[in-house]
Design a protein around this ligand. Structure first.
Ligand code: R5P
Length: 281
């Protein structure tokens, strides 16, 4: 049975349809003091818990769902985390800080037989789980919603860490060049400084891709750093977190359309990663 968290309803339903497994109707409740509670239907065989952990509450809810399905009779628990929160803190960047990704991974490992996640910020975080953990690449899905008539397209990574993603999306689209910017983020203020790439974008369509769009600062900074104006600008992210007015920021940067997948359910989540997850289960 597929058992969804509050924030992963659509992708769980899609997964249930693809795998032809029942979709649990979970009761999500909250006590007067704010604590969360879930209630799942009786289980047998395997339970596939599908829950993105984009918020701290979603993380707690995932742990509860894992525990609840075992209590309800599941013999095997597979945990699918379409978007894993806290993954960007994959090392202690300053003395006294935690490796949050490790702390989360350890907690999640206690309630499951294995873990599947989509495009983690760094694949090295998979080693933090103490049960088998695998990642599927959501990148190819970002080519799907792009217009077929892109003019001499450039697929641009806003930082060096997204170069592979830019190449993946270009390959899935079938044509175009790739390039990347250098990004430096001030850890104190969060301010982003971007050094332009050498590419020529005048008269061409630009597709900027990244694993995550959070505030939109990285994407809009990259677009602003271009020497010339491209013809049209499209933006794609596997995980469209879109916090703090990110869409307005991108619109003001001249972006024609923003695309994301349903690892995070937002208005821009135009493509589903359910097929990719189903293939990996
Ligand atoms: C960080 O390295 C990630 O790959 C993204 O570039 C970052 O999370 C985007 O954040 P924001 O939209 O707030 O600039």
């Amino acid at each position: 049975m597929i058992v969804p968290g509050t924030d992963s309803q659509a992708v769980a339903a899609e997964l249930a349809a693809i795998l032809d497994e029942p979709l649990a109707e979970v009761e999500y409740r909250r006590f007067a003091d704010g604590e969360l509670l879930v209630e799942v239907p009786p289980q047998d065989g395997r339970a596939i818990v599908v829950a993105a952990t984009g918020t701290s509450e979603a993380h707690v809810q995932l742990l509860q769902l894992q525990d609840a399905v075992r209590e309800a009779g599941a013999e095997e628990v597979i945990t699918v985390i379409p978007y894993m929160g806290y993954a960007r803190q994959d090392e202690a960047f300053e003395p006294g800080q935690p490796v949050s990704a490790r702390a989360m991974a350890k907690a999640i490992s206690t309630g499951t037989d294995r873990v599947l996640t989509v495009s983690p910020h760094e694949s090295s975080i998979l080693d933090f789980f103490t049960v088998p953990a695998t990642a599927v690449d959501g990148g190819p899905a970002l080519a799907e919603p792009l217009p077929e008539d892109l003019t001499d397209p450039v697929f641009l990574a806003p930082d060096q860490g997204a170069i592979d993603l830019a190449e993946t999306v270009r390959d899935a689209y079938g044509r175009g060049e790739t390039d990347a910017f250098e990004k430096h983020r001030d850890r104190e203020t969060g301010a982003v400084e971007i050094e332009p790439a050498a590419l020529d974008v005048a008269g061409r369509d630009l597709v900027v891709v990244d694993d995550i769009i959070a505030t939109g600062g990285t994407m809009s900074g990259a677009i602003a750093a271009l020497g010339e104006r491209p013809e049209r600008v499209f933006v794609g992210a596997v995980h469209p977190l879109l916090v703090d007015g990110a869409l307005a920021k991108l619109s003001n940067a001249g972006v024609e359309a923003v695309y994301g997948t349903d690892t995070i359910e937002r208005s821009v989540s135009e493509v589903s990663v359910a097929e990719l997850i189903a293939a990996a289960i």
